[in-house]
Design a protein around this ligand. Sequence first.
Ligand code: GCU
Ligand code: CA
Length: 715
Amino acid sequence: MKRKSGVLLVAALLLASVAVANRFAAAETTTGDAAAAGGLQTLVTDYRTRVPSRYTAESWAPFAKALTAAAGVAGNASASTSQVAGAKTGLMNAAADLEAADEGTFQTITNNTFWNDTSGNPIYSQGGGVFKFGDTYYWYGVHYRGAESYRANPTRKYDNEVSFVSIPVYSSRDLVNWKFENRVATGSTRLANNTTLGQAGWVGRMGVSYNENTGKYVLVTQVYLPSLGGDGNGVLILQGDSPTDTFDYAYYQNQVVNSPTTGTGDQTVFTDDNGKDYLIFSNRSGRSRAFVAKLRESDSLRIEPAVEIGRQSSGREGNAMFKLDGKYYHAASDLHGWNTSVNHVIESTTSNVQGAYTSEYTLAGTELDYSHVTQTGFFVTVKGTKQTTVVYAGDRWADFAWNGIGYNQWVPITKSGARPQFHSVSQWQFNATTGEWRVGPQNNYILNPNFQADRVTVSTLTGWTNTGGSVTNISPGANGSRFALQVGSGSAGVRQQITVPAGTYRMSLYARTSGSLSGAQMTVTDASGATRTLNIPASSGWTRRELADIPLSAGTATVTVRTSNGVLAVDDLALVKTSGDDPTPPVGQRYEAETAPAVCQGTIDSNHTGFTGSGFCNANNAAGAYAQFTVNAAAAGSRTLGVRFANGTTTARAANLIVNGATVATVAFEGTGGWTTWVTKNLTASLNAGSNTIQLSPTAAEGLPNIDSLDVGAA
Ligand code: GCU
Ligand code: CA
């Protein structure tokens, strides 16, 4: 979504740069330039692009009024600083209350990928936060040098490349399409004592708040820079006149009162519903105490004495806060360095953010894949017209730890019973207007499918239950990844239970084997007990295997990986829904090979599972020993013919496709990896209106593969 037209954007940037120039020319001016220098004109220019027809009349009226008032202040040469702040606050509040006239749209969030901004450039943003000012979300975070290297080549660690490049800011109204706006700080941002931000040994973990008294946007970040004072571990405060301004140095605070150590051990900024802002952090050394400290109300330029809300001797970091249904939830990760962890939550027992909290529990849904292979980053609470959804923004410090692809993994959190529930989805769709979300069409239902959650070698992998034998993760995995799962040698396996909606699925993986392999397979068993098996043949290199057309009923499904003999390594497991709730094709008709008037020149067998109907055609192993279907077409025309077959050999079997007596094609039915691995091959042929015979007649002595069914597509 574009927030500004190109021309208006240029105008806004020109105004912003004029504003910056003015501020340096006449520091602390209170009249005339105050409106421009205060960033008010930038906001007015931006909000003038809103179109009334997009909003309800009731919400537009107060907004239009606030916009007119703000424009008046912006144009008033003698407006005071507090008038400017008041106009900004009034305008942003009215904009925040704008109510969309429509139902919004669902936008797709795909995790485990590198994200781009709306211009197609990489989004570089780690350890930051998303803050809503007016009707717009702004995303701040750090662009580290190593993020570029990692994106260019994600097949190794970059744990020393944490040098600071900049703090970019992106804007969005739907939380999915992010427009690059500016770099609010860079290495050349001037700080106190003749230092620049580029000299810092560490910059990270920041948040931005708006101060209603000064009308300024205040950025609070961790910094390590000894020349700033004390031991150099502290909180750096920058401020700007608009959310996308180039921010200036405001203050450096070495220690927060009540924290036992200088600096902070990870932090985020939390803004409460009433506009009050807090720093959420743990103490830097040890990280055993969770603190909530108020930003000074007058200007947000000091961190006031902290209040301890929780204590955990093993230490916590990635501290962040969200509010849902009136309760405060403080979430944090284990002390795992650059690695991933469950989310540990404490929740408020009073209406006071600095009051009493429960003892710690694990956020449901973060156990099986360590929070979608992330460390706690920050939260965005979206109060939609239909529901409230909290977006969990996980940081995958992958460029440093090499755990999976992409830095930002966002998933929805909703309330399930009394507690919040983390939905570990690899793809989902979100409607920021209504607050609704749904699982995305490409979602992989398997959790920790790349075995990246464990940062070290283990004999029980996160999310996977051992079913016996020797189990471990090995490094490297397939496709340049860090880890894979290995079972065997000898009989060994793992399983995972997941929840799936009813539908047809495709299961796939990469496999590599050694030793004398037997019984190597991946299976999925649905809630009704039906099992489908993907047999895994021997291969010394990583080879992709898949099994399609798996009907699963809704509920708990169990996925297993096992071998009876030899060593089986697997990676990149996937279970993706390929069609809706109806396991038969949504259009067209399925014909079973075992059902008359179909003819099978062989036997109808049922010894290899995975077939549809009551069996399959095992034609004689001879040239010309055919399988034939009689199908009906409502009208003449071209149709897709989906032949479902299994070929447990490694040699393709060729057959002529004979429609109504005429050979129209010769088809090769390749090895599918096993006799229980059924694959659908789509062919095309012209059918007559009414009855048609479709014959598959093998051209060589091996005969046909086993033939299960034929799907005739709609015209
Ligand atoms: C095996 C398999 C049969 C298959 C046959 C073949 O016997 O069990 O289902 O039809 O091989 O090679 O055709
Ligand atoms: Ca056969």
